[in-house]
Design a protein around this ligand. Structure first.
Ligand SMILES: CSC[C@@H](O)[C@@H](O)C(=O)COP(=O)(O)O
Ligand SMILES: [Zn+2]
Length: 206
């Protein structure tokens, strides 16, 4: 398979993002998956089962918008969660899913949603210009049936298009943006804000 320059650049960027994310301890033991939408609508996504902090270019593969592999490799087990976000949001070009400890812990306290209010760091999210914003991150029950989980996320996002991410209980967080850099910014902000909520609720003594 001859990959395009756009694919190869996206793949290199995803490998670098993976090293950064792993440096934070957010993708232990092969968890997590990442993707970038290319200008032609195809998607560069991590293959299944690799350590996301030690990605090589060959660990990134190409799929179409309906999650079909285009190069014979095996995509992430959670590919449908990525493609459903790209279908819903034409401006989104990157989806990052790590298993941050803060997202797992916060889902033990907040069972249906996490409300983030009155934080200066809310301005890290695209389109938010004041700490007076109110950002709601839904929490979905974990499910090994990924098509069913995708439908649940889609139902929520149909009603809440201004959403920046969701938590899967006991599992991890999904967040997205117009570029890898923007999505990394959203991810760092969510991790910080989840940590704030955990400390506020006495669940994090570090
Ligand atoms: C190591 S368990 C994690 C997996 O079950 C899954 O949740 C995950 O995030 C990684 O799956 P992958 O198929 O490698 O994309
Ligand atoms: Zn996962």
């Amino acid at each position: 398979m001859k990959y395009s320059e756009a694919f190869l650049n996206a793949a290199a960027d995803l490998c670098e993002a993976g090293r950064f994310i792993d440096g934070k301890g957010w993708v232990p033991a092969t968890s997590g998956n990442f993707s970038v939408r290319l200008p032609d609508g195809t998607i560069a996504i991590t293959v299944s089962g690799k350590h996301k902090g030690r990605l090589q270019i060959e660990d990134i593969m190409l799929i179409d918008a309906d999650a079909n592999p285009l190069d014979g490799k095996k995509p992430s087990a959670e590919t449908l969660l990525h493609t459903s976000l790209y279908k819903r949001f034409p401006a989104v070009n990157c989806v990052l899913h790590p298993h941050t400890m803060h997202s797992v812990l916060v889902s033990r306290i907040f069972k249906s949603e996490i409300v983030l209010e009155n934080y200066e760091l809310l301005k890290a999210f695209r389109g938010i210009g004041t700490h007076e914003a109110r950002l709601v991150i839904p929490v979905f029950a974990n499910d090994q049936d990924i098509p069913r989980l995708a439908v649940e996320a889609e139902r929520y996002l149909d009603r809440h298009r201004d959403c920046y991410g969701y938590v899967i209980a006991g599992h991890g967080v999904y967040t997205w943006g117009e570029s890898i850099d923007e999505t990394l910014r959203h991810l760092e902000a969510l991790d910080y804000l989840f940590d704030c909520e955990l400390r506020l609720h006495g669940a994090n003594r570090s």
